[in-house]
Design a protein. Structure first.
Length: 645
């Protein structure tokens, strides 16, 4: 048997002590490639009268890198750890706080420090060139013990707020830069000698087709160049045109844009086209950010649905939080890549290329601003808004205009190329629109339309006219009551179908799957949509109780009707199944026919969240469910076999 080293033993003790000393929180092991050992989730204390074990996991969480040691003298006021710079650089980009925790076996205490705050407040000031080192020593006072939970939570929340502000501000490259017309000499020379533009007018035939709005002809022209197979500059430009022919607001097209930009970057690198390579890299990151933005929209829609009439699944909040953390990390990585490339263009005075790239970045910032404001409404909180409700100004935190938008405003006055100017003004206008400043939005969009008209770009001119009309008709993009002919709010079945569609699961209620031929996921998804609205069953009798017990998949994706359904009546009995429709038919046959207590509800009765919650919490109903699950040997959802239902 291999004998364990003393270091291994101390490490095990340290991990055990961490779990014990952080008992108020949810502590989980975390496997990764750069030293993070645990993920800690803050929890909510149970209300008075509740079981202490009923504390719920909150969305706030943080990482811990744990170091265990016996080497420190207990009389010394500090402990320390030499951290690799490459790890610190990774930690500073994390979307949630990262703590260095040191367990001293001599005192059996754990001391901690938030790494991001240490870098921001100490390291950047005291050692501005720290990134050139191999390691950095982090000292921690022995007064900072991990069992001081109030101090710990304050530090975690403070750091998370700073991370969020930095993420919202994001790209801050070039702040304070001033431009003059002389800075664009390279643009005039470029246009004079090549008659090519980075914004899609790279090939004259495609250029004319694009201006006329004939995208199919433009695609054919570009396709002819790409099909030849030459690895030259014209191919790079053609890939750029393919990029600009697509709409990043559509998730699938954003993915295609990222692919075209990636190909352009690779080819430009082979051809030593440095500026083109950096532009293509920026375009690839921007397209990726639009893909992430689409995922955020899907998650916001799922959050909204989760808040309606008992749709919530117990573990959804935790799964949602994990997904958002990963999404934010990907966004920060893309933003860092864009910042790096923009910095190069500025440092090397490639101002025209900078302006071209900036137009794309501003388009993303406009979309991201919209999602940021929408996300500030917590759909799980009291007073959540639904169709027809507007959002008051006071409900949003005031956010300064993004520095890159301010730069774009300056650049638009100087850039001597009409297409880039029009795109800059369009992006600025949409940013102001989603920042709830319709007057400024119309001003910039109108200027963009005039520039497009001067450039002979009738297609872009018409598109901008539509944008202006939309702002006039719906001055506040967050006031749903302004939208003409707005469809009625989705019913519960449509909401469930929407969530499943977001997961790539298509459900067609008109053509139910055959349980004997289809896979169980398809059948369960169909049942989830079919059974999402329990109002019909509640109307059958006021004594009938309906309950949902989502499966692990249902809990993960936030669909409460994806799993088992329970029916119970105090005068009849209990019945359960994966199909509420089929179970209800059997229930009526066994318990309802001839029942003297049968009391149907009126046709105009409507199910409310309060009523559904009240029935779900009925002690007798909960006891019936508990008895049923005990009979299954602890399984809340029996093995799925639709044929036996």
């Amino acid at each position: 048997m291999t004998k364990r080293s003393s270091n291994q033993e101390v490490d095990e003790v340290g991990e055990g002590q961490l779990a014990v000393q952080l008992r108020p929180y949810a502590v989980e092991k975390y496997n990764n490639d750069y030293g993070i050992d645990f993920i800690i989730n803050l929890t909510d204390e149970p209300d008075d009268g509740e079981d202490e074990k009923s504390q719920s996991v909150l969305s706030e969480h943080f990482f811990i890198q744990l170091k265990s040691t016996t080497r420190f003298d207990p009389e010394i006021d500090t402990v320390h750890e030499d951290m690799e710079v490459r790890h610190l650089e990774q930690y500073i980009d994390q979307p949630i706080p990262v703590l260095l925790a040191i367990y001293d076996d001599n005192t059996e205490e754990i001391y901690w420090r938030v790494i991001q705050e240490y870098i921001w407040d100490d390291l950047n000031t005291e050692k501005p060139n720290w990134r050139s080192q191999q390691t950095v020593r982090i000292k921690i006072s022995r007064n900072q013990v991990i069992t001081d939970y109030e101090r710990l939570e304050q530090a975690v929340n403070r750091t998370q707020s700073r991370i969020t502000r930095r993420q919202q501000q994001g790209l801050n490259i070039g702040e304070g830069i001033a431009f003059t017309p002389d800075d664009f000499v390279e643009l005039r020379e470029h246009a004079k000698h090549e008659r090519l533009s980075y914004r899609g007018h790279t090939l004259l035939i495609a250029q004319q087709n694009l201006k006329k709005g004939d995208e199919e002809e433009a695609r054919e022209s570009i396709g002819e160049i790409l099909d030849v197979g030459y690895d030259d500059e014209a191919t790079v430009k053609a890939l750029f045109v393919q990029y600009f022919l697509r709409n990043p607001q559509k998730g699938e097209e954003a993915v295609e844009m990222a692919e075209f930009a990636h190909k352009a970057a690779e080819l430009a690198s082979e051809l030593d086209l440095e500026v083109d390579r950096r532009l293509a890299t920026i375009f690839q990151h921007v397209a990726g950010l639009f893909v992430f933005a689409e995922k955020r929209r899907e998650k916001l829609a799922t959050d909204r649905i989760q808040s309606v009439d008992g749709f919530g699944a117990p573990e959804f909040d935790y799964a949602r939080n994990e997904a958002f953390a990963e999404l934010l990390q990907n966004e920060l990585g893309a933003m860092a890549g864009i910042s790096h490339e923009l910095a190069f263009l500025l440092e090397n005075e490639k101002y025209y290329a900078y302006a071209v790239a900036l137009a794309e970045v501003i388009d993303y910032l406009a979309a991201r601003r919209q999602l940021q404001l929408l996300g500030e409404l917590d759909p799980t909180a009291d007073g959540v808004k639904f169709e027809g409700d507007s959002i008051d100004d006071g409900e949003f935190e005031e956010v300064d205009i993004h520095p890159l938008v301010e730069q774009a405003e300056q650049l638009a006055d100087f850039v001597p190329e009409l297409e880039t100017e029009a795109n800059l003004r369009k992006g600025i206008g949409l940013y102001y629109y989603y920042n709830r400043n319709p007057d400024t939005a119309v001003e910039y969009l109108s200027e963009a339309r005039d520039v497009a008209a001067d450039n002979g770009d009738t297609a872009f001119e018409a598109h901008l006219s539509d944008d202006i009309q939309r702002v006039h008709e719906v001055s506040d993009p967050y006031d749903n009551s302004q939208y003409p002919d707005k469809e009625e709010e989705q019913d519960r079945q449509e909401m469930t179908k929407t969530i499943l569609d977001m997961q790539g699961i298509d459900v067609d209620l008109e053509n139910p799957p055959d349980p004997r031929e289809s896979d169980s996921m398809t059948v369960m998804a169909h049942r989830a949509v079919e059974d999402a609205d329990a109002e019909t069953y509640y109307k059958h009798c006021e004594h009938l109780h309906v309950g949902y017990k989502p499966s692990p998949v249902g809990r993960m994706i936030g669909v409460g009707s994806f799993g088992m359904k329970h029916l119970w009546c105090q005068y009849g009995g209990f019945m359960s199944g994966v199909s509420l429709t089929n179970t209800f038919e059997r229930f009526k046959t066994d318990y309802c026919e001839g029942c003297e207590h049968h009391c149907p509800r009126p046709d105009d009765w409507e199910l409310t969240e309060e009523y559904a919650q009240k029935h779900a919490e009925d002690p007798d109903f909960k006891e019936a469910v508990k008895t049923y699950e005990s009979a299954l040997g602890g399984q809340s959802v029996p093995p799925f076999d639709e044929r036996n239902e």
